[in-house]
Design a protein around this ligand. Structure first.
Ligand code: CP
Length: 317
């Protein structure tokens, strides 16, 4: 593996999931791989899980880890080629990426979309520029349109918790008071449809369909109750409209996931990437039900999704 910024960087997804599950049994076995290697973690946006789990993954592999909140602690970066830099941006990505590459052997980046210009966000301006100008492997810790480490952890979690060979997995849109990116659901759909081990259904209100390219070949059911019938896993997530990009729109709070809805499932497990707004996205009666709620186990798998990715990159470098 050279970079890890999307599912395209994975040769065999189901094999990578199995490798992560094996790694979890002996997490310190590959400590030699990271000896004298440095992981640089660059954050434009806040994080709890990604920040701690990716650091831990680096430590488990024997790496040194440097973390920088570039949005608040670094110089404001210019990304435009040929820009006359006489305003707020003090440093160009061309220098910054090359300089960071001298200090770090792998560069991991978190950068959210602006949610103003769909074409710009879907061109992944920050990740693409780092890939272009850095001389070291780039890992996405959630970008404008994808969260590949999260989706890999989700697939690991489903593999560990499934009780039927090919479970029905339902991604449900859920209400949220803010306008949120499509990164998590995009990657979730891509990983589920590229795994041979799950059947995916997406349910959302009309007008909230995801990017048609991502959704190609995926079943959409606008009736949430019908979608939940027989589901083995319910994955809740809010996302803003792809069609009316960046628009707030009316929020239908009836799409909350609660125990009454979960009773329609096949004793389904509840998943969410976290952080989650209780009693908006999901009711307490689901979150506090230890049989249903596997979000803590899911968050734990963030360490192993990051670790299997870093291991593969280290083995390739
Ligand atoms: N799920 C996830 O990426 O969590 P953080 O935003 O806390 O990193």
């Amino acid at each position: 593996m050279k970079h890890y910024t999307s599912i395209q960087d994975i040769k065999n997804l189901d094999e990578l999931v199995q490798e992560a599950i094996e790694l979890k049994k002996a997490p310190f076995e590959h400590k030699h791989l990271g000896e004298n290697k440095t992981l640089g973690m660059i954050f434009y946006n806040p994080s709890l899980r990604t920040r701690l789990s990716t650091q831990r993954a680096g430590f488990n592999l024997g790496m040194n880890v440097i973390v920088m909140n570039i949005g608040s602690d670094g110089w404001a970066l210019e990304f435009e080629d040929g820009a006359v830099m006489n305003e707020g941006k003090a440093e160009h990505i061309k220098e910054a990426a090359e300089v960071i590459s001298q200090y770090c052997d792998i560069i991991a980046i978190r950068t959210f979309p602006e949610l103003k210009d769909r074409e710009l966000d879907y061109s992944e301006p920050v990740i693409s520029a780092f890939k272009k100008y850095a001389t070291k492997p780039i890992v996405s810790m959630e970008s404008a349109t994808g969260h590949p480490l999260q989706a890999l952890a989700d697939l690991i979690t489903i593999e560990e918790h499934k009780i039927v060979a090919k479970p029905k997995v339902v991604l449900t849109w859920a209400p949220h008071p803010r306008t949120l990116p499509q990164a998590v659901p995009n990657s979730f759909v891509e990983y589920m449809k590229n795994s041979n081990k799950v059947d995916l259904v997406v349910t959302c209100p009309e007008g909230y369909e995801l990017n048609p390219e991502v959704m190609e070949g995926v079943t959409v059911e606008h009736n949430q109750q019908k979608a939940f019938e027989g589901a083995d896993f319910i994955y809740a997530k809010n996302w803003s409209s792809y069609e009316n990009y960046g628009q707030a729109g009316d929020v239908d709070y009836s799409w909350i996931v609660d125990e009454a809805k979960m009773k329609n499932t096949n004793n389904g497990k509840f998943m969410h990437c976290l952080p989650v707004r209780r009693n908006v996205v999901v009711a307490d009666d689901v979150m506090d039900n230890k049989e249903r709620n596997i979000t803590i186990a899911e968050a734990n798998n963030r360490t192993y999704s990051a670790q299997v990715v870093l291991k593969n990159i280290l083995e390739n470098s």
